[in-house]
Design a protein around this ligand. Sequence first.
Ligand SMILES: Nc1nc2c(ncn2[C@@H]2O[C@H](COP(=O)(O)OP(=O)(O)O)[C@@H](O)[C@H]2O)c(=O)[nH]1
Ligand SMILES: [Mg+2]
Length: 288
Amino acid sequence: MKFKGWGSSLRSLLSRSEITEEQWQEVTDSLLLADIGNHWTQIIVQNLRTAITRNKDLDLDQALQEVLLSALEVEKPRTINLDAPLAVIAFVGVNGVGKTTSIGKYGYQLTQQGKKVVFAAGDTFRAAAVDQLKTWADRALATCISGNLNSDPASVVHEAIASAIQTKANLVLLDTAGRLHTKTALMDELGKVLRVAAKNATVTEVLLVMDATTGQNGLTQAKVFAEAVDVTGVVLTKFDGTAKGGIVIAVQQELGIPVKLIGSGEGIEDLKPFDPQEFVSMLLETNS
Ligand SMILES: Nc1nc2c(ncn2[C@@H]2O[C@H](COP(=O)(O)OP(=O)(O)O)[C@@H](O)[C@H]2O)c(=O)[nH]1
Ligand SMILES: [Mg+2]
């Protein structure tokens, strides 16, 4: 991952003894270019300016690090809750963001830890979607339960949970369709699926999957999902395809939901827990 060096260019801007208005504008521009979004860019710049006015000998490097860490809300819990006899983790989000792929990758991590995992093919609207999930289930050593094309996703979930109980599985990862229609229709559909899941199992997480390369547009679309269901975490995919990365800050601040997992490729091992500290160090590394 390379973030176009916006972190390191910020550092060099801020390392001067006196920062002119023009340079503050440059700082602002580089934050905006990094996808942080207008609102949080203003706040970050304002915080830095205030800190400098208060203390002329301030270590700006340190200040920048702190302001980015506070924007990333380090204290937010990011562990995925698996704590239930049978935990269901639902993956929601717009078409093409990487839900199915993330289920494959995450399922693989779980089976590697010795857990028994069932994938539920809740995206029943496209035949290819089921095949894709089955392929991932094979690779991840999970079982895939699917229904007929266009069948009710809620019945697929019901079946997947019945199968998980019968085979003494620990977890069900639930794939869903990413159709963006009205908020009410989405609420009805996802709401029903989650209610059915909660009958015989525990929905411990609803993860909103987002494509990091779509910037502020992707954020607007994702908001519809966050408003329709109680999302507990964000999976930000395609980090390998962006030179920005500031979207993490925008997502957390605008949705108020912590980023928990980062996808950085199409391979089975390309999914990692999000670590704000590591992320900020990476941003501020001087590019060679
Ligand atoms: N480069 C890259 N591609 C990804 C990543 N996650 C998913 N993809 C690709 O994005 C496309 C859509 O993913 P898919 O899981 O089908 O999205 P869904 O419609 O939300 O289920 C596929 O071609 C994936 O291989 C990622 O982290 N990095
Ligand atoms: Mg899919």
